[in-house]
Design a binder for this molecule. Structure first.
Ligand code: FAD
Length: 429
């Protein structure tokens, strides 16, 4: 990998997401060598992926080059690499670009879509966890409208304009709201010769409420907002199978749809070698102690979505969200330096800053520790927080300008099929 061995201890971080970047920033000015490995050369701001999928933002504005984030750090090395195996006995990583020894290893590989073992759904549905997946979804949505114009078969047109989103968490709710706005504001203008009333947006949730994990007020208000926007909210319904044309459920209800988005769950992105049953728990997450240390290892740690730290308040680990990931990354940075100075490490304490979701123009729900509010003010708070956490001044400006433009013009300029998505090709594989 062409990384010199120096007298400094080598700390290798797998993953340049929220946790990995926060950790690297803490360490890279210290007397340690930091190597960050990621299969992408950019940090991906996942909370805004749904805006890429629905043409509200270009992907460039929610991604940021990892090298640029850490460009002024003297002891920092980035390598574009897919880590394939962790050899814990020899403290060595096997990657697609070679082997690398480490003194300390921090796994910050995040999470991936969880299909709960349903290979049929995995094969035919769309996910929204990465930028390429979001671009595929954007292309598919737009291609469906183009195809709907061409067909004279009414059933076929219905299926092309029927969208099913599985999972009523923030991702599903935000995507459903954005699609409903496209139906209302964009379709009639772009496709005047198409009966856009046929476009249906269905949000399917297996439990009896949306936004589980947020307050009852937030959940109820989100549902009310969605229904006002014309989204069909299906609760206590589970999609059990999807063959690319028809989605079946645990009841008699079926959906004929060309687009099923699977936003029903994520699981830890485990890497071979570090997938032992003795420390891998619910949702493929790695059990760590209060210092983010993996059971049985002194020098191997896990942070962010992949880590499961069991506490009294969070018996299933912290929520798989950006805040726990950032806070764990920062705290582990301090702890690793303390470890090198032979000082005791400090236990991690999660400071829960709340949760929020937007449903569309002027509509959001915010749960803070002391206050809960919904509506227009919540929407401004949502925008401010997302702009604040976005990495890079240019990205913040571009997103801000886009949002102002979209708000004033009721528009979404990025509705482009740049990279056509061939659904039929995928199904043949
Ligand atoms: C659509 C969507 C919307 C979301 N909305 C919100 C929200 O509104 N608020 C919120 O708080 N959270 C939200 N989240 C969750 C939040 O994005 C995650 O909790 C957060 O990204 C976790 O950070 P992380 O650093 O653990 O992992 P990630 O940010 O996922 O980073 C993991 C990194 O590891 C890399 N990687 C993985 N495996 C390997 C490997 N083998 N080799 C090399 N590199 C590898 C990946 O490329 C990636 O860059 C959302 C997530 C999604 C998908």
């Amino acid at each position: 990998m062409n990384i010199p061995r120096t007298s400094y201890p080598r700390m290798v971080i797998i993953g340049g997401g929220f946790a990995g970047v926060a950790l690297a920033k803490k360490l890279s000015k210290q007397e340690v060598q930091v190597v960050l490995l990621d299969r992408n050369n950019y940090h991906n701001f996942q909370p805004l992926l749904y805006q890429v999928s629905t043409g509200g933002l270009e992907p460039d504005s929610i991604a940021y080059p990892i090298r640029k984030i850490l460009k002024n750090f003297p002891n920092f090395y980035f390598r574009l690499a897919d880590v394939e195996f962790i050899d814990t006995e020899n403290n060595e990583l096997k990657t697609n670009i070679g082997h690398l020894k480490f003194d300390y290893l921090i796994v910050a590989s995040g999470s991936e879509t969880n299909y709960f073992g349903n290979s049929e759904i995995e094969k035919h549905s769309m996910a929204m966890k990465t930028i390429p997946q979001s671009l595929d979804l954007r292309s598919l949505i737009l291609e469906n409208f183009e195809d709907a114009l061409l067909t004279s078969d009414l059933n076929e047109r219905n299926a092309l304009m029927n969208f099913v989103i599985v999972g009523g968490g923030p991702t599903g709710v935000e995507l459903a709201g954005a699609l409903a706005e496209i139906k209302k504001g964009i379709l009639p203008k772009d496709y005047p010769d198409l009966d856009t009333r046929m476009a249906q947006i269905n949000l399917v949730q297996s439990s009896d409420c949306l936004l589980k994990g947020m307050s009852a007020e937030a959940s109820e208000k989100a549902e009310e907002f969605l229904e006002k926007l014309g989204v069909n909210v299906w609760k206590n319904l589970r999609v059990t199978s999807y063959d690319g044309r028809v989605a079946t459920t645990n009841t008699d209800l079926t959906f004929r749809t060309e687009t099923l988005v699977w936003a029903a769950g994520v699981k830890g992105a485990l890497i071979k070698g570090l997938d032992s049953a003795s420390f891998v728990t619910r949702g493929n997450r790695i059990l760590v102690n209060e210092f983010n240390q993996i059971k049985g290892f002194e020098n191997i740690f896990a942070v962010g979505d992949i880590a499961c730290m069991v506490t009294d308040g969070f018996p299933n680990g912290f929520p798989m969200m950006a805040q726990p990931a950032i806070q764990q990354g920062e705290q582990l940075g301090d702890n690793l330096l303390r470890l090198l100075e032979e000082k005791p490490m400090k236990p991690f304490k999660y400071s829960d800053k709340g949760a929020m979701a937007t449903i569309g123009r002027n509509k959001a729900v915010v749960d803070l520790k002391k206050f809960k509010f919904q509506g227009v003010f919540a929407w401004y708070v949502w925008m401010f927080v997302h702009l604040f956490f976005l990495i890079g001044f240019r990205n913040r400006m571009v997103v801000f300008i886009n949002w102002v433009y979209n708000y004033v013009r009721f528009d979404r300029e990025a509705r482009l099929i740049i990279r056509p998505y061939r659904k039929k090709l995928k199904e043949k594989i």
